[in-house]
Structure formats: C-alpha cells, structure tokens
Design a protein around this ligand. Structure first.
Ligand code: MG
Length: 443
C-alpha cells in the first residue's frame, strides 16, 4: 500500500526534503546563521561542546506529509489535511547508522513548516550541545531543548507554535529513547514516572465521520469492523447532521454495540452554541454514553460550565487547548468534574511531553488524576506516554489519516488493549509507510 498522494504533492515534499529544508535565517547584519540541513547543519557551530557533551545533533530535516481524505466532522473536511514530519539526525552510530529521531504533528492540524524552519529548527541547531544534553552528556534532555526552542517567544498565543514545538519534542524524545536503547515508555517512566510503565494501553476506535455516500448501514459496518479488530469502545461524529439524524446514527451504532452506551462516545468538534449543546445533551443523556465530546467552542469555558451543570454524563474536551495555561483556565472556569470528565490534551499539538507534564501537574493540583486523561490524536507517541504516566488510555484512528493514523502495522488490539512494543523509541520504524516518508527526509 502506498501513500495516497498525487505525484505533484510528492515531488514538492521530496524536493523539500532533498533541498535541505532549513531556510537560512537572516541576521540583522545581513549574514546568515545556521546551515541548510542535508548539508550537515551542525549543532553548536557557534560554540564548542560543553564539558562532558558527547553527543550532538548534526541535522534536522522537515517535510510536509499529506494525510487528506474525504471525511468530514461537524466543522471541517479533511480534503487538504497534511502534517509536518521531522527527522533529527544525531552523531550516535549504532549498527553503522546514525540514530535518528522522528516526529510528526499529530492528526487533524496542518503542517507547521514556516515556524519550524524560521524559528524552532534554527534555534536547536544554533544551541551549544551542552544546552541540549542531560548531565551525562551522552543523551538529550528534551526539557532543555524546549527552553532553547522557546527563546524569544512571548507568552500566550499558543495556536500554531505549540504544534511546531510538539513535532520536534516528539522527535527529540524518540531519539533520546533510541540512544538509551529502550522504548519511549520505559524512558519516560524512568525519568518522570514511577519506573513501571503499563504493558498495555486502553485504546478506543475513533471514526464515524460524515462522508459522501455513507449511510447508517455503512456506519454500522465501520463500527463492526472496529469490534472485529479488537476494540471495545468506539466514537462517532455528531453535529454535522440534524439532531434527529444524529440520534438515528447513534441508535444504529448502539445496536451494533449490543445496547451498551458506555461503549460509545460522540464528538461534536466544538460546533454547538449553548442552546444546541443543551438540546443534544438532553437527547443524549438517556443513552449513558462514555462521553459527549467538545459540545461547544473549546475556549468558551463559561458555556462549557453551563453544559456541565446540566449534563450528568461525562464531558470530554481539551484537544484544542495547547498549553497548560489554557488547560488551567478550563479547570478554573469550565466546571469540570474530576470524577467523570475526560481530558484530551494532545501532547503532539501542545508543545510536546515537556508541556504535557506541566499540564498533568496542574491537573493534579486540582484533584484530577492522570487516569482521567485520554489524549487526542491516535499516535504512537501518546501511547507510550499513556503507558509511562498511567493515563486513562489513548485515541486510535484505525481507518483515517494514512499513513500517520494508526499504530504499528503489526499492532494487535485485544479486548480494547494495545500491547506496547519493545522497539527502542516510539516505534515509527514498525509503521512502514510512515517510516518510509520519514526516511525520505534524510536518506
Ligand atoms: Mg475530538
């Protein structure tokens, strides 16, 4: 199976990778800083390695990967959807090859090429090696790299910048785990957790998009396919059709699920005003669904609070909140309920694991446990974080966003649980088409 993109898009993407994707940033004096990647841009070229600094980043490559499809939710279609991919090349050699960390910006937000090329990647490459490494000098400390990337960035305005940083954060953690020769979950559990990552992570199948020529029967077939693949919980979109039609879709899916409302979540993608959200809430409540996701605008905490005051079931939100400060405002003003609501902050969209840990700490101060967090995005990165930090699970896109959606090609879902791989790093190498795209960045 090949990546479903047209030849023109592939040429652009390939050319970007071959040409060396890092534009030379103009300095005030008219000279340039950094070098084009692909010609071995050297970390620390402006200063020598610090004491004990043994490993270096020798190049960072980025590209745009189309992940378009004909699906739509209540707000957008995905005909033009793409994502940024990056490869961070180190001078650490194993089996005669340099270790390379890979990252991408999750599913459902567009690529971040300009911010990556003009700000984040040049800052990484211009840093002294000691500014990026742990105390041994033999591995990366992505927490320090985060500070480097965010140099001269104002607070607030987290929109697209957080996605760019998230791409690189993922690649840096992938590389750090590969240098340590451990799966990312092990590295994260040892560095930041209790040292005992979960062996399996609960995953649910997100689908049920609106699509041309897709009726109730096709929706049921899609859901049955998820069950056949080993999932026990599914999610469908709502809000892209009249309420009566959505209720018919929900009841059709519940029929497939044997009437078990807890096996079904619904997602309105922030579409509703308060009245519509409450109209849906009243209609949904008798089903006892797993959760009612993003009923209103993700930044409208007052409306969320009113919905929470009226809807007794679980609400889920957070995938479009990109910083711990935004998450904190949700907790402060959104009337969230720590005993039932679900928090879906996606570390790849929101400044990476470094920021995600701040968000978890903030939640803890408000009595919200990691178990209530089920990240958006359906990527392998969050699976490792879920295992390492004992989150409540992770989203999965079994059928969407190829080649970025889904987990390892040989992943087995059993009773809704995904077993973690023992491959060092995130395991993108076990996802052949995504790995092929990543390799094309630096080969
Ligand atoms: Mg959603």
């Amino acid at each position: 199976m090949s990546i479903p993109i047209d030849a023109e898009a592939m040429r652009c993407y390939g050319a970007a990778a071959r040409a060396g994707p890092i534009a030379r940033p103009e300095r005030g004096d008219g000279t340039t800083a950094g070098r084009a990647a692909g010609t071995a841009a050297v970390s620390g070229e402006h200063s020598g390695p610090g004491k004990g600094a043994h490993m270096r980043i020798v190049a960072v490559h980025d590209g745009i990967l189309p992940i378009s499809s004909s699906i739509r939710n209540a707000w957008i279609d995905f005909n033009q959807m793409d994502c940024s991919i990056v490869a961070v090349v180190s001078d650490v050699v194993r089996d005669h090859k340099p270790l390379v960390g890979y990252g991408f910006n999750s599913n459902g937000r567009y690529g971040q090429q300009d911010i990556l090329r003009r700000r984040m990647i040049p800052r990484l490459l211009a840093a002294a090696p000691g500014d990026l490494l742990d105390e041994t000098g033999e591995n990366l400390d992505p927490t320090k790299a985060w500070d480097v990337m965010m140099t001269n960035e104002k607070p607030g305005g987290h929109g697209e910048r957080s996605v760019a940083v998230g791409v690189l954060d993922m690649a840096l953690f992938d590389l750090a785990a590969k240098i340590a020769s451990v799966p990312l979950a092990r590295l994260v559990a040892d560095r930041y957790g209790d040292g005992t990552p979960d062996a399996r992570v609960a995953v649910y199948a997100a689908g049920g998009y609106y699509q041309p020529n897709k009726g109730v029967r096709e929706l049921q077939d899609e859901m049955q396919g998820f069950l056949d693949a080993g999932y026990v919980r599914v999610k469908i979109k709502i809000g892209g059709a009249p309420l009566a039609d959505d209720l018919a879709r929900i009841e059709a899916v519940l029929h497939v699920l044997g009437g078990n409302g807890d096996a079904l979540a619904v997602d309105a993608n922030g579409r509703f005003d308060l009245d519509t959200a409450l109209e849906y809430a009243n209609a949904l409540e008798p089903y006892g669904l797993a959760w009612y996701e993003e009923p209103s605008d993700p930044l409208d905490y007052a409306t969320h609070a009113e919905i929470a005051a009226r809807y007794r079931g679980a609400l889920a939100t957070g995938e479009n909140l990109f910083s711990h400060q935004d998450a904190r405002n949700l907790v402060r003003y959104g009337n969230v309920r720590s005993d039932r609501d679900i928090f879906q902050f996606d570390p790849a969209l929101s400044y990476g694991l470094v920021e995600y840990r701040r968000t978890l700490a903030m939640l803890g101060e408000h009595g919200i446990t990691p178990q209530r967090c089920i990240p958006h995005g359906g990527h392998q990165f969050a699976v490792h974080l879920a295992a390492a930090l004992h989150l409540g699970g992770n989203e999965s896109y079994p059928n969407e966003f190829f080649p970025a959606g889904g987990f390892a090609d040989n992943a087995v879902i059993d009773n809704g649980l995904l077993a973690l791989s023992s491959t060092p790093g995130i395991g993108i190498e076990e996802k052949a088409e995504l790995y092929r795209a990543m390799r094309a960045l630096h080969d």
